[in-house]
Design a protein around this ligand. Sequence first.
Ligand SMILES: [Ca+2]
Length: 336
Amino acid sequence: MPFIGAIRVARRAGILVDLGFCCLAALGLSRIRSPHIAAAVCVLAMGVVYFEAFPLRLSASPLSMVCAEPNYAFARSQGIRTFGEQIESGEPHPVRTMHRVQAAACGIRTSTGQSGITPPLIAAVDDALASLPDRAAHAWLWDAGIHWVMLRGSPVWRRTRVQRLGGHVQRVLEAPSGTFVELARPEIRSLEPPATIEGERVTGLRADCAAPVICPSLVDGDDRTRWSSEHAQTGTETITLRFLDQPVRGLQWNARGFGAELPRGLRLEYVGANGAYQRWGTFAAISPAVLGRRPGRSSIAFSLPTITTGTIRITQIGRTNSIPLSATEIEVIRAR
Ligand SMILES: [Ca+2]
């Protein structure tokens, strides 16, 4: 059918239901003998549709009603800038149009009517909110200008959540039906490493990781084959790369189209001359915003001090609520 692809799945079902009701209404009308009664029924039915759609404003999205007042009025009275205000004011902000993020900021999980597809940056912000008090999530939110989080839910749940946030909290304010939490300045800043690193790639890589069956897809030289942790990032994912001993000076992680699945944080180690693992570099809070701010970007690269090794261990050290870790290729860059 023309244009059907542009309509969300949920709405397509709604259209089918509406068509069914139309048929039933036509059948019912055809059985009414009196044209006056039939006309009255038609007017009544149209009136119901009109009042449902316009004067009563039975919105499909409860967010504006749930989130907007009275908590936002409270926020304004306290001089707190909220997501909602940033969205409404049209400021150039990465979460400007993100009703789903607004929902997360309000501590409620709700459907926005989307067909199960969440744009990557929305997913990343939502996930960062849900992953607090993770260090990487905290640094990322702060650097994205998100310094206040509104928690909704029962008072007991809100108290528990505030306690769980622990040292990440600067200030807590009780609003009429929510708790505003000001995040403390994080100890670390989120990092936006460059997308690529120039240089010759190390060949003959072998990879060991948590899912060995598909782990070779990390280093098969094909940017279309992907490895995924297939579970949320827990801060313990480990990948070991082995190759012939040689001097190397960096690493590139490609996630091709899945920027939200880039690692939240990385610890890089290598096996040195003494045969033991040594620290190469730690990147505590890698910003997932690299994708949202620069659409299409979904790789990160690290330039590091030159070392001579044949074994590199990569440990993902951040945490997500639901987003897995994935890569299409991990490349090691030779030193000249
Ligand atoms: Ca691959």
